[in-house]
Design a protein around this ligand. Structure first.
Ligand code: GLN
Length: 387
């Protein structure tokens, strides 16, 4: 067999060497190996609604099986524009991608030059820093400090310079579960305008606001012209494997995004785009019961974690809870998560992968609650052996 292997050593490009395997892939594998309940990678363990699945099957039967328009199927871009809180031109300002992870890459590859300064708020979604490394951006990190994870005005102001090209924000925020307040967003907007910077606003959990109110930063004065808003289908219709996301931005910003997109994937899966257009036109009652079910899941997990002995704040949004595991006396998040997987048969994500500057992640663990109530009850029972 040996002759089939390339013998030139590891070939990973220097710019990606520090990254290794995504924490989500690692811990989903560990969950399978240990036959553990996977509260790590965020994907539902229940199926998508029938009307969404039927729409995809129908689109395939109807012959929607070739490449779509690169920037998105006309039916879908129109449906997306109709969901926005501000006027969006479907043909000029929407770019559909293979999940928002591709949009993150499209925005960074399409707009950022080597050496441009980009502000990232940690803990962060891991692909931001990997994509920034691919283009050779200079990253300025601003930490949301535990236990409240609010934005520190002094630290944010200090991160902005005249070289700042972009700030990446995420609200509702993965992994802390915070929903940024009007004050925090106004501060970001003030600084972005002052320094003529762009804002990449990752809002893929916009329909998962469980308490408080989601404010799209593009709706603040003078912000629409400098904001790229990312949203997606996977969370709200329990179809994370469909990989349908979109970037909404003014035409000047959309040009670079579309240029990167056409040479990355060209277009997302056509029948799934057509089905997504149907899904997005779901009645308000769908969204209401979706949020209500997630409140129940959140409350069950948070109450269970508190009873076991974690310190935890109930998340305002997303389907993640970030819990403080230090009462159990483990050295760090990775040793804690290995213990959980092996001894309790429950997998969580060690959040140090979401930090580049602070050590805060070592005392924390992220659990996903996009799971059936029975799964969550069993997980909580299994965690009782920690106490
Ligand atoms: N967004 C998902 C999470 O935070 C993971 C997505 C992925 O695996 N790339 O769990």
């Amino acid at each position: 067999m040996d002759q089939f292997y390339y013998d030139g050593g590891m070939t990973t490009a220097n710019r990606l060497e520090q990254f290794g395997e995504s924490v989500f892939a690692t811990w989903s594998r560990i969950a399978i190996e240990n036959d553990a309940i996977n509260l790590g990678q965020g994907f539902p363990d229940f199926d998508a609604p029938e009307f969404v699945k039927e729409a995809a099957i129908k689109a395939i039967r109807d012959g929607e099986n070739q490449y779509s328009r690169s920037a998105g199927h006309p039916l879908l871009v129109q449906a997306i524009a109709d969901t926005f809180e501000f006027p969006v031109d479907p043909m000029e300002e929407v770019t559909v991608s293979c999940g928002s992870t591709e949009s993150i890459s499209n925005v960074i590859l399409g707009i950022i030059n080597p050496g441009d300064e980009v502000i990232v708020i940690e803990p962060f979604y891991d692909s931001y820093t990997a994509c920034l490394a691919m283009v050779g951006a200079t990253v300025k990190m601003v930490t949301l400090h535990a236990p409240n994870f609010t934005l520190d005005e002094v630290e944010l102001r200090a991160a902005f310079t005249d070289k700042t090209k972009m700030i990446i924000i995420n609200t509702p925020h993965n992994p802390t579960g915070r929903v940024f307040t009007k004050e925090e967003l106004s501060l970001i907007a003030e600084l972005a305008i002052k320094h003529n910077a762009l804002v990449l606003s990752d809002e893929v959990y916009d329909k998962l606001v469980l308490s408080g109110k989601h404010i799209p930063i593009a709706t603040l004065p003078e912000m629409q012209q400098r904001t790229i808003t990312l949203r997606s289908l996977g969370k709200v219709f329990s179809v994370t494997g469909w990989k349908i996301g979109w970037a909404v931005a003014p035409p000047q910003l959309t040009e670079g995004i579309r240029c990167a997109h056409q040479f990355t994937t060209f277009c997302a899966a056509t029948p799934l785009q057509v089905a997504a257009a149907t899904a997005l036109r779901a009645p308000k009652s769908y969204y209401d019961s979706y949020t209500e079910e997630y409140r129940q899941r959140r409350d069950l997990l948070v109450e269970g974690l508190l009873a076991v002995g974690f310190n935890v704040h109930s998340p305002e949004g997303t389907y993640f809870v970030l819990a403080d595991h230090t009462p159990f006396g483990f050295e760090d998040d990775i040793s804690f998560c290995h213990h959980l997987a092996k001894q309790c048969k429950v997998v969580g994500i060690p959040p140090s992968a979401f930090y580049a500057q602070s050590n805060d992640g070592q005392g924390l663990v992220r659990f996903a609650f996009c799971k059936g109530l029975e799964t969550l009850k069993t997980a909580v029972q299994r965690l009782q052996s920690l106490g």
